[in-house]
Design a protein around this ligand. Structure first.
Ligand code: AMP
Length: 115
């Protein structure tokens, strides 16, 4: 898959406000936040979209959710709640083709829109 801007962040070639890093996952604040807390949780391995996740990567996807859980607690939004979103391809409005999960919270979110 083509390298994206997220590969550069993963490799520390581009600056980002990193809130979590481990062997498999990096998380940093979205450059255009949609809420007081807006963090992107990104696997280091290059996976373009949800469509490209392989069965043997199921544990990695679980770790992305657990990382979101930890960051939500660290950011103090766990109890009030938050939203986890993964956009996929054109109809999902995916812009960066390196798998990532949005963690959004810190304010009352509106109901998810079908439109
Ligand atoms: P998506 O539409 O799900 O592909 O979301 C891509 C997200 O990446 C958007 O919310 C962008 O604001 C965010 N983004 C793009 N470039 C950067 C960057 N250099 N640092 C942090 N977030 C970024």
């Amino acid at each position: 898959m083509a390298e994206t801007i997220f590969s550069k962040i993963i490799n520390h070639e581009l600056p980002a406000d990193i809130v979590h890093e481990d062997e498999e996952i990096i998380a940093f604040r979205d450059i255009s936040p949609q809420a007081p807390v807006h963090v992107l949780i990104v696997p280091r391995v290059e996976i373009a979209t949800v469509n490209d996740i392989r069965p043997e990567q199921a544990e990695l996807i679980g770790k992305m959710v657990l990382t979101a859980q930890k960051i939500a607690a660290d950011e103090g939004i766990a109890e009030d709640g938050f939203r986890l979103v993964i956009n996929c391809n054109r109809h999902g409005c995916q812009e960066v083709f390196h798998l990532h999960m949005h963690l959004v919270g810190g304010r009352q979110l509106r109901g998810i829109s079908a439109g």
